[in-house]
Design a protein around this ligand. Structure first.
Ligand SMILES: NC(=O)c1ccc[n+]([C@@H]2O[C@H](COP(=O)([O-])OP(=O)(O)OC[C@H]3O[C@@H](n4cnc5c(N)ncnc54)[C@H](O)[C@@H]3O)[C@@H](O)[C@H]2O)c1
Length: 320
């Protein structure tokens, strides 16, 4: 039995506690940001408003504070949105945390000063001096995981034995783990697939979407290699696996469907998805300054098109 702390009581952080508990671990969850999730997790029946289920009784909830880090954990899991990464980096640095870290968050960070793009694990290592970081990505929908439907994910660490150790701690017969040492490739794929899910969502028929799907894979391959990820990662769970799930259903492909119908991003957001976070949009804004300047536009025409559509709030012009 290991002691696991999950930071982030949103859909994914909360769902992730389910296999961890089923595998016999002692699991504590904390929520540093959202009043709604704090209310959910501290309530008697632990009903989670995003997952629409009661979380297991064995799950412990603790307020996010310095007292929390007096306790010794074997694994700290970060399940915040991309916008919470700098916050948690600062906090963990402040408390001089040496515990192994597992990052579930998907996304990339653009650093204005150096004009470079960093993966989340690179950022946590570089800016907040955190060590021993592994990542977990792949085609896993929080709602399905919380209901114990079978999901396959991939854990990466430069030292693959550490990834395998984490796999032993968290996997169950419905939460199956693969392993890799291609951290960069997996982080890049799992981030940019949100943008390609929007593009595929813009196809107005299955035929059009399948065409956009195969073109997306070609662009993802180029970008993953551009950032020095491995070829095999694109065809794996964090690449086409996750792209399939995100394109088949989810907030990014839903937004894409409105863009495909000729709405601008702002209109579609206001009219149809006012309370939804569209991660692909957040990532588009984050990486646009780099991609539009540094990447060969002929190699990733759909990505360039989508970035301009969002940044300039124009209609999407993708040839299907
Ligand atoms: N939902 C899924 O199926 C799923 C699956 C795999 C990975 N993920 C990844 O997990 C991450 C979280 O996704 P989610 O679905 O749980 O989202 P969510 O919106 O349900 O939860 C977001 C979490 O981030 C926190 N947060 C948001 N803004 C913050 C800020 N500025 N500072 C600090 N904390 C902040 C929230 O309080 C909450 O804990 C995302 O990066 C997502 O890509 C999600």
């Amino acid at each position: 039995m290991k002691k696991i702390l999950v930071i982030g009581g949103g859909a994914m952080g909360s769902a992730f506690t389910v296999p961890c508990l089923d595998n016999g671990n002692s699991v504590t969850i904390t929520e540093p940001y959202s009043k709604r999730f704090i209310k959910n997790l501290s309530s008697k029946n632990k009903f989670h408003s995003a997952l629409k289920i009661n979380l297991p009784k064995k799950l412990k909830f603790k307020i996010f504070s310095n007292v929390l880090f007096n306790e010794k954990f074997d694994l700290i899991v970060i399940a915040l949105s991309l916008s919470g990464i700098d916050f948690i980096g600062k906090e963990l640095k402040k408390y001089k945390i040496k515990t192994p870290i597992l990052v579930l968050t998907k996304g990339l960070k653009y650093e204005k000063k150096s004009k470079k793009i960093f993966t989340i694990s690179e950022k946590l290592k570089k800016d907040y001096k955190l060590k021993n970081i592994s990542i977990l990505k792949g085609p896993c929908l929080a709602k399905e995981l919380a209901r114990k439907n079978q999901t396959n994910v991939i854990i990466a660490n430069r030292n693959i034995d550490i990834a395998k150790e984490i796999g032993k701690i968290i996997s169950t017969k419905y939460y199956l783990t693969e392993f890799s040492n291609d951290i960069v490739g997996i982080e890049v794929c799992s981030a940019i697939k949100n943008i390609y899910a929007m593009i595929i969502g813009a196809g107005q028929s299955f035929n059009a979407s399948s065409n956009l799907f195969q073109k997306s894979v070609i662009e993802m391959k180029y970008l993953t290699k551009f950032f020095k990820g491995k070829d095999e990662t694109i065809l794996g769970l964090a690449g086409v696996g996750d792209l399939f799930v995100s394109a088949a259903g989810g907030r990014n492909s839903k937004m894409g469907s409105y863009l495909g119908k000729g709405f601008t991003f702002k209109t579609a957001k206001k009219k149809f998805m006012p309370n939804d976070t569209v991660e692909g949009e957040q990532l588009a804004r984050e990486i646009a300054p780099f991609i539009l300047k540094k990447v060969n536009k002929n190699k990733v025409p759909m990505m360039i098109n989508l970035l301009r559509t969002i940044i300039n709030n124009k209609k999407l012009k993708i040839k299907v």
